[in-house]
Design a binder for this molecule. Structure first.
Ligand SMILES: [Zn+2]
Length: 691
């Protein structure tokens, strides 16, 4: 039961540069509305809303839209990302022309982008930048030195509850966040790792498509080693894949990882040797710069025990090859073309089904966003998010929070003490709209205009050291984990805070000139979704100060679990492919948030009318516009491989089923005259009401 997740997660499998490449820009014109409101041209009115609400709201858009060849999917979110990327590209271009003084953020933006774009220099240098690191791996003599090297490779590249990324290809990953048991101070969380492919299912699933992926993966490993000049590459690749298969068997499943109670395991540094024998932990922590850290929260204890035992039982040479391969693979995007193309052939084409790689300049923007996100974001927010839009969005948030207050007060099943803590959580909730109140300081991050490998290497270390330096310090509850130029929203449970970046406040999600029905159905349901995470099964594990504390009475929780079990069963019935269904448990927290968010947004919309009738639009009533706008949040087309990956690894349901959330709200039936016998029809007793 994960607590907070970003609203929309496309990139959880953040395998280093691959993630950067997959996020890269595509220069498609974003939707620029001439009218303000629902997009009637995107609807398919030949579909009955009660049979398939997703196609009713998006059908004509789905019919006329082609997935661009350099993408694995296209959707409403991605189209808005395009607008944001285009604007960001303009800002980077300006930075390049500014001739700004060395050391300034503007100069860093310009130099980082230039270093990525200078392909001739990258080709000329070949593997030279990687050589010292490969030689260091080759020089490892024993398991003690291996432990040291593994510690040195650790990065702050995982995040369990905020931007939700459970994947690192390093042996383990570090996440620095407010402590489960002391939310006033930053604690060190350790998470399982070691797999290059996105999740254990890729190694363990018996499905034909996964067996096929595994065979191609081994070919890819051998190809990368061959390009890097290794001998006996087929045999080495076989051993690496066998090792990763063994690691995958030790990994916790994604559904289990979301249960914070299973994750709340404090180990002192001295306990690691007894609880997870095999790895030389003293050397590991020394390499990681964590020797003086007294204790850690170990997210998946069995995986730590299992992986540590594998360090002892697996041959040193296999581990060295594993280290070398992971190093080469994670930097492939900034190595000579042959490496980048081999990497894309596997991760882009095979894993995501994307035919073509994005143009280099678009990948360059993604690199700048990734490493200097706040430097760009500061300019972006100033340029593209007006104080008036910010005020209007903040008023919507206030209305939806008020709706939640009324809903909590009206619950007949909830204990008064539980209600009081829920109201306290609403009172202390910090909602960031547009951008953070403070910006990240990049002065300790050195960037060179001719050294992309070094820029990335130093960027990872800069980030890691910044996180280490925060351990034990007081928590800044107003801190953001997302940049203003990101089209997303996030709930930060340990801070009891939400963030809505500037870039999400664009049509069709938000349009200052659109009717209230449309803004509440679109961005309002997203706001409601994030607020509801504050109170759901995950939110019930964190109190108004962000501490892990079960503040619900057992009877409250039993009622809630009964309702949510029915919702999990509802989603288990959705089958995007004959051999693959949506996992109702894995996606439960997000589906609950969709139901609750839509309900609260509806209340907020009704309240905003202050008793007046909502204006109709092309014959659609206010209520109809509200639901159609919600459905249009989820217009999407995906390639089969990408959709399969999402169903297996994403905590969110595919867009088609998120749009079907409407079937749980009585007002939707009235708005569209939905009758028994229609496919989405649920008898009133089968509709899941959460709040
Ligand atoms: Zn969510």
């Amino acid at each position: 039961m994960r607590l907070t997740l970003s609203f929309f997660r496309r990139n959880a499998a953040a395998y280093a540069l691959l993630a950067i490449a997959s996020l890269a820009a595509y220069s498609q014109e974003a939707h620029t509305p001439e009218t303000h409101g629902i997009v009637i041209a995107n609807m398919d009115r030949s579909v009955k809303p009660g049979n398939d609400f997703w196609r009713y709201a998006n059908g004509d858009w789905i019919k006329r839209t082609e997935i661009p060849p350099d993408r694995s999917y296209i959707d409403t979110w991605e189209i808005l990302e395009d607008l944001s990327r285009k604007r960001t590209a303009g800002l980077i271009e300006e930075a390049g022309k500014a001739n700004a003084p060395a050391g300034s953020n503007t100069r860093k933006i310009a130099d980082l982008y230039h270093s990525f774009m200078d392909e001739a220099a990258i080709e000329a240098r070949g593997l030279t930048p990687l050589r010292p690191h490969l030689e260091a791996i080759a020089a490892i003599h024993d398991k003690r030195e291996l432990a040291r090297a593994m510690g040195e490779s650790m990065r702050a590249d995982v995040d369990a509850l905020n931007n939700t990324n459970f994947h690192t290809a390093n042996l383990f990953g570090l996440w620095v966040a407010p402590g489960f048991n002391d939310s006033e101070h930053y604690a060190a969380y350790l998470m399982q790792g070691g797999l290059d492919m996105p999740d254990r299912e890729y190694y363990l699933s018996d499905s034909e498509s996964m067996r096929d992926v595994r065979a191609k993966y081994q070919v890819h490993v051998a190809a990368m080693l061959r390009l890097a000049g290794f001998s006996d590459t087929d045999l080495r690749a076989q051993h690496i894949v066998e090792l990763e298969h063994a690691i995958a068997e030790k990994h916790m499943s994604l559904a289990d990882e979301q249960d914070v109670h299973k994750a709340n395991n404090t180990w002192t540094q001295a306990e690691f040797a007894a609880k997870a024998p095999g790895l030389d932990w003293t050397e590991y922590f020394r390499g990681a710069g964590l020797s003086s850290q007294a204790s850690f929260i170990v997210w998946q204890p069995d995986a730590f025990t299992g992986e540590s035992a594998l360090v002892a039982s697996t041959a040193l040479d296999t581990w060295k090859d594993w280290l070398a391969f992971h190093l080469i693979d994670s930097y492939a995007g900034v190595l000579p073309k042959a490496f980048a193309e081999e990497s894309f052939a596997f991760f882009g084409r095979t894993l995501s089904g994307t035919p073509e790689q994005r143009p280099r300049w678009q990948r360059g923007i993604a690199v700048v966003n990734d490493l200097l996100g706040d430097a760009v974001g500061q300019i972006y927010a100033q340029r593209y998010f007006s104080p008036e839009a910010k005020a209007q969005a903040e008023a919507m948030v206030a209305n939806i929070i008020a709706a939640f207050r009324r809903r909590i007060d009206a619950l007949s099943w909830m204990d008064p003490a539980t209600k009081a803590e829920a109201q306290a959580k609403l009172t202390t909730l910090y909602v960031g709209v547009g951008y953070a109140e403070t910006w990240r300081d990049y002065s300790a991050y050195e960037i060179k205009a001719d050294d992309i490998f070094g820029n990335l290497w130093r960027g990872g270390l800069f980030d890691y050291r910044r996180e280490l330096s925060r351990l034990g310090l007081p928590v800044d509850r107003k801190e953001w984990t997302m940049e203003p130029q990101t089209v997303n929203a996030v709930n930060l449970p340990l801070q009891n805070a939400l963030s809505f970046p500037a870039a999400i406040f664009q049509p069709p999600f938000f349009d200052p000139q659109a009717p209230a029905a449309v803004n509440y159905g679109a961005i309002g349901s997203i706001m409601g979704h994030e607020i509801s995470h504050t109170f759901d099964t995950e939110g019930s594990a964190f109190d108004s100060k962000g501490r892990v504390r079960d503040w619900w009475k057992p009877a409250d929780l039993a009622h809630f679990n009964g309702a949510t079990a029915r919702l999990a069963a509802q989603y288990d019935t959705y089958k995007p492919f004959p051999d693959l269904a949506v996992n109702g448990k894995q996606t439960l927290a997000e589906n609950v948030a969709d139901v609750a968010g839509l309900s609260a947004a509806y209340d907020g919309y009704r309240a905003s009318l202050a008793g007046k009738a909502a204006p109709s639009d092309n014959g659609f009533s206010g209520d109809q516009q509200f639901f159609i706008a919600f459905g249009q949040n989820w217009g999407a087309k995906e390639r089969e491989a990408a959709l399969r990956e999402a169903v297996m690894t994403d905590e969110h349901s595919p867009g088609e089923y998120r749009a079907a959330t409407v079937r749980n709200l009585d007002v939707w039936y009235a708005a569209f005259d939905v009758r028994p016998g229609e496919k989405l029809y649920l008898a009133p007793s089968d509709r899941v009401r959460i709040w």
